[in-house]
Design a protein around this ligand. Structure first.
Ligand code: GDP
Ligand code: MG
Ligand code: K
Length: 303
């Protein structure tokens, strides 16, 4: 790890915005590795995921904050609290909005939340590949009227348009500081969390609307197999659902759906770990777990 070298800048950047505006897509583009989980369903990212981008003269540490929404249950309160705490600690806040949608209730909530925050806030309008420039002006004005942004930058996270300009601008706002992470490190999240999110992503994709985002995946064990010819890692995980009917859906006819979840998740985990993986999945019903604060910690949620 490098010590304080002359002129080097480093800092933390938090990305906030309502679900599906493209936060994870942006992070994946910038970091170039699948660490934040992408999905069409809202609230896929429930925990802080850090991506580290090391350039010649700077290091940017991105934080993908949980989806901000109007709290409906204890988990919602928890997520809002995590988001607020995150915003106080960072050097730049990226408020990401979707160019194809009008300003909404959650955007109001976020801008209210930012009202007394000293950190510079960038309005990043994503998905510009989908709108006409005239529409873009209107959407920019609808946000500009409500909040005094440090910068306003339109991008397409998916196609990459203007992402370099955004990164250059972020760099200007960072303080001089040390290189916190080695240049080849892209995340400081434990592999355990990434593996559980990879499995969860496959369940959500394969079940579509039938299974709510409330499922959790617990990694019971990750161990190296000693007695096999090749290097192999055994991963045992439990998918936790809230109702018996959901358990049936996740398992599928003759176990077909769970098998497919296993095949797809295993491929991603093998890429992540760089070895052969043997994945064992179980499904467990735990009623109403979202409202039991005491259990949250057990499922890997951090305060
Ligand atoms: P998040 O919930 O904010 O993390 O959003 P995601 O990154 O999961 O993206 C939600 C959906 O929007 C995905 O289907 C992405 O492929 C899509 N998306 C993200 N960025 C863009 C973009 O710049 N252009 C277009 N057309 N689609 C995008
Ligand atoms: Mg996301
Ligand atoms: K999402």
């Amino acid at each position: 790890m490098q010590q304080n070298n002359e002129g080097f800048k480093s800092g933390f950047i938090s990305i906030i915005g309502r679900p599906n505006v493209g936060k994870s897509t942006f992070l994946n583009r910038v970091i170039g590795q699948k660490i934040a989980i992408m999905s069409d369903k809202p609230q896929t990212t429930r925990n802080k995921v850090q991506g580290v981008l090391t350039l010649e003269k700077s290091q940017m540490i991105f934080i993908d904050t949980p989806g901000i929404h109007i709290p409906k249950h204890k988990l919602g309160d928890f997520m809002l609290k995590v988001a607020k705490n995150t915003l106080r600690e960072v050097d730049v806040i990226i408020f990401m909005v979707n160019a194809t949608e009008p300003r909404g209730k959650i955007d109001e909530l976020i801008m209210d939340m930012l009202e007394n925050n000293e950190t510079p806030v960038f309005l990043v309008i994503n998905k510009i590949d989908q709108v006409h420039p005239d529409e873009l002006i209107n959407i920019i004005n609808s946000y500009k009227n409500k909040y005094d942004f440090a910068e306003i930058i339109p991008i397409s996270a998916l196609q990459g348009n203007n992402v370099d300009r955004l990164l250059e601008t972020i760099q200007k706002y960072l303080p001089e500081g040390p290189q916190y992470y080695p240049a080849d490190q892209v995340t400081d999240h434990p592999e355990r969390f990434i593996i559980s999110e990879l499995i969860r992503e496959k369940v959500l994709h394969l079940t579509r609307e039938e299974i709510p985002h409330s499922i959790a995946v617990i990694i019971d064990k990750i161990k190296k197999e000693e007695d096999t010819e090749k290097d192999m890692i055994r991963v045992m995980a439990t998918i936790v659902v809230e109702r018996d009917s959901q358990k049936g859906i996740v398992i599928g006819k003759k176990g077909a759906l769970l098998k497919e979840v296993g095949i797809r998740a295993r491929q991603d985990i093998e890429m992540l770990l760089g070895t052969k993986v043997f994945l064992e999945l179980w499904v467990k019903v735990q009623k109403d777990w979202r409202n039991k604060s005491a259990q949250l910690r057990d499922y890997g949620f951090r305060d």
